[in-house]
Design a protein around this ligand. Structure first.
Ligand code: ATP
Length: 727
């Protein structure tokens, strides 16, 4: 039962029209003259199986895959190649017994795959083909002139060729994908880590500031509580003092009024008493009159004394003595001035004595003067005396009146003094009341002033006046602050305010920035955790895949090696050959761990890895009869033989579903070409062969033979030559 059932070409390279080639047999040979288009069929296989490079398909550009037209045949716009597979064993994950894989390309370069008519993306197709052990390159698809491909390839490429046949390419693809994802995850992680590390110092700063502000709200709340209790207590106490301050009773004020009235009345009375009175005027008049009377009386006494002295002189006058006029006038002049002085005297006795003295002085002269009439003089004196008596009587009268008046005045004064005393007493009482009243208002004023001061302080700390009043009136006074710890509370408030001002105001924008930065940092941290986990998972996956690939590979490798030696000996008629695994690439140095906070933890969980190191397959040979061990020293044919030996060794251990070989036998001599044909025949039970060949031996072992020709129109045509026979 053939796995590959056929190929369809249309518009592909020289196959302008639709060409269907079915493969009912295990060995199908394609033959034809040079340039007829045989290799184009091989290209078609490679292209439909996912070859991307135009160069690999012998076309400068992908457009060259489309039939370009010839002078006799017009170009086409679309190339299609389809492979028909038997899918009874579900080699393709499609629920169908046959799978038709097709690839199309138009001149715009649009290429599209489909499976059973359904489009499929190349990236989905590639693992599917790998699982079915189908590839566009390698040992299963050997191009013309590349029969030595196994020898000519690098050790790593050899290994990949073997892996493809072993069906390990699927894991290799997965590994590559995982490695790519790992790489991009690492790059992402580096980026995220760099962002986190860049953010962190600023975030720390913002965090510290925010913490300070968090402490600020604690302080603010403590301060507020303290202020509330402190001020409400103070204010409340004063309000209580104010309401309970002892107001002077109403009766006192009434009494004060009455006292004032009384004082007014008493004042009036005193004023009346103090007014200059009739009595006082009278008293003055009496005094004046008495004075006047005394003056008059003095004058009368003087006149009387004068007369008496005259009389005495008359009586005692010496007879015959001469009268000295000059002396008399001088004496008289002196007497007159003395008398004028004496007229002012009040003392009667003094006046009398003076009068007697004057009389004596004068009488000396009268004794010399002619005698006068004594009788007339006596009468004169009598008159004078009578007048004096009258005056005395009057003076006596006036004295009595004066005394009376003095008594009356004394009484009035006494009364006045009494009144003044009384007024003073009343005034003292009023003053006492005033002191009490003033004390009360002082006390009230003091309390009010203190309350105003507290209100100012309260407003000064940015609070509303009403709030304080409301709190106090609602009785929400905090009793925590009482007299005992008031100063302590004040000190504490002072300290808290100091702390707050040192802290500065809360910058809302900065808080927002801190929150945003925090969110961003959390996001980055989560990203790092996710990436870290993803990296861990990918590394684990890669390790698992490596284990799987290595395990499967090494298990098959030993058998392949044995088969290789056998086939080598068969091909070369002796000698020795072996495949050797060799790791050329050295392990990468472990990455230095970052010192970032989060990053360090994430990174440190992963062991350093050994990526991309692959054990390549080296070939060691010992040719019979030759001392050649270096592959480069082999001839072209020898290289092809070694490659073919490897190919059959591989088929012997794990046969691929089919092989497409383009003139692999070309460099071989007749003997070796026959050997090759025999091997093809031998292994055709294990794998299907599609072979382009010019070699008769190969053609002979083919079950089906297709001929390709190209006529004048430049279009390849297919001839089935051995088909019937093969059947
Ligand atoms: P040989 O036996 O010498 O290897 P071959 O049979 O393998 O020959 P191919 O190389 O398959 O021949 O075919 C080459 C021919 O295909 C050439 O004649 C070339 O002009 C023709 N060809 C290639 N590409 C195109 C294309 N895009 N349009 C038309 N013809 C093309």
């Amino acid at each position: 039962m053939a796995f590959l059932k056929g190929i369809e070409l249309q518009g592909f390279k020289s196959f302008a029209g639709k060409t269907v080639m079915s493969f009912p047999a295990r060995v199908v040979s394609i033959v034809g003259p040079n340039g007829s288009g045989k290799s184009n069929i091989i290209d078609a296989f490679r292209w439909v199986l996912g070859e991307r490079e135009a160069k690999q398909l012998r076309g400068g550009t992908l457009e060259n895959l489309i039939f370009a037209g010839t002078p006799k045949r017009a170009a086409v716009g679309l190339a299609k190649v389809g492979l028909l597979f038997d899918n009874a064993d579900r080699a393709f994950p499609v629920d169908s017994n046959e799978v038709f894989l097709e690839r199309r390309i138009d001149r715009a370069g649009t290429s599209q795959f489909s499976i059973n008519g359904d489009d499929i993306l190349m990236r989905d197709l590639v693992p599917m083909l790998a699982r079915a052990k189908l590839g566009a390159r390698g040992l299963t698809m050997i191009r013309q002139g590349e029969s030595d491909v196994f020898v000519a390839s690098s050790a790593e490429a050899r290994r990949l060729m073997i892996e493809e046949v072993l069906g390990l390419k699927e894991y290799r693809i997965k590994k590559t994908q995982a490695e790519r994802r790992l790489e991009s995850s690492k790059i992402n992680m580096d980026k995220v880590r760099a962002m986190a590390e860049e953010l962190l110092p600023h975030l720390r700063l913002l965090r510290r500031q925010k913490q300070r502000w968090a402490r600020r709200s604690e302080i603010e709340s403590e301060l507020r509580t303290l202020e509330n209790s402190f001020y409400t207590t103070q204010y409340g106490k004063l309000a209580k003092e104010l309401s309970s301050a002892e107001r002077p009773p109403e009766s006192i004020m009434k009494k004060r009024g009455a006292l004032e009235d009384e004082i007014k009345k008493l004042d009036e009375t005193a004023r009346q008493i103090d007014k200059p009175s009739v009595e006082a005027n009278r008293s003055r008049a009496v005094r004046d009159e008495v004075g006047e009377l005394f003056r008059r009386r003095g004058a009368l006494a003087a006149e009387s004394a004068k007369i008496e002295a005259k009389m005495e002189m008359l009586q005692n006058r010496p007879t015959g003595s001469a009268f000295d006029h000059d002396k008399f006038f001088e004496t008289a002049k002196g007497l007159v001035s003395e008398m004028e002085e004496a007229a002012g005297w009040a003392d009667v006795e003094r006046i009398k004595t003076a009068l007697r003295l004057w009389a004596a002085k004068l009488s000396k002269f009268f004794s010399q003067a002619p005698a006068e009439n004594d009788g007339a003089l006596a009468a004169l004196i009598k008159n004078k005396e009578a007048e004096v008596r009258k005056i005395d009587a009057r003076i006596k009268e006036l004295r009595e009146e004066e005394e009376k008046l003095a008594r009356e005045s004394e009484n009035a004064n006494k009364k006045f003094r009494e009144l003044i005393g009384l007024i003073e007493e009343k005034k003292n009482e009023v003053r006492k009341i005033d002191v009490d009243v003033r004390e009360y208002s002082f006390a009230v004023e003091r309390v009010v002033l203190r309350m105003e001061e507290i209100e100012r302080e309260w407003e000064g700390i940015g609070r509303a006046k009403n709030e304080l009043k409301n709190m106090v009136s609602q009785g929400s006074m905090n009793t925590l602050v009482n007299g005992a710890n008031t100063s302590e509370a004040e000190r504490r408030m002072f300290r808290l305010r100091g702390e707050l001002s040192a802290m500065g105001d809360v910058d809302e924008a900065l808080v927002r920035e801190a929150d945003e930065s925090e969110t961003r940092y959390e996001f980055l941290s989560r990203e790092l955790t996710d990436l870290d986990r993803a990296i861990g998972d990918l590394k684990k996956l890669i390790t698992d895949l490596d284990t799987r690939i290595d395990g499967d590979f090494k298990e098959a490798f030993k058998k392949i090696n044995d088969e290789f030696n056998n086939h080598f000996r068969l091909m070369f008629g002796g000698g020795k050959a072996r495949l050797k695994l060799e790791r050329k690439k050295t392990a990468e140095a472990p990455e230095a761990n970052s010192e970032g906070e989060f990053v360090a933890t994430a990174e440190s969980r992963h062991a350093p890895e050994n990526e991309n190191a692959i054990e390549g397959v080296e070939i060691e040979i010992n040719l019979p009869k030759k001392k050649i061990s270096d592959l480069s020293m082999l001839s072209g044919g020898e290289k092809s033989l070694v490659s073919i030996a490897a190919l059959f060794a591989l088929i012997a251990v794990t046969p691929p579903p089919f092989l497409v070989l383009d003139e692999v036998d070309a460099p071989l001599d007749e003997v070796n070409a026959r050997r090759f044909a025999e091997l093809v025949k031998e292994f055709s039970s294990k794998t299907q062969f599609i072979i382009v060949t010019h070699n008769r031996a190969t053609m002979e072992v083919a079950d089906a033979l297709y001929g390709v020709t190209m006529a004048d129109d430049g279009v390849s045509k297919l001839l089935s030559m051995k088909f019937e026979e093969a059947k």
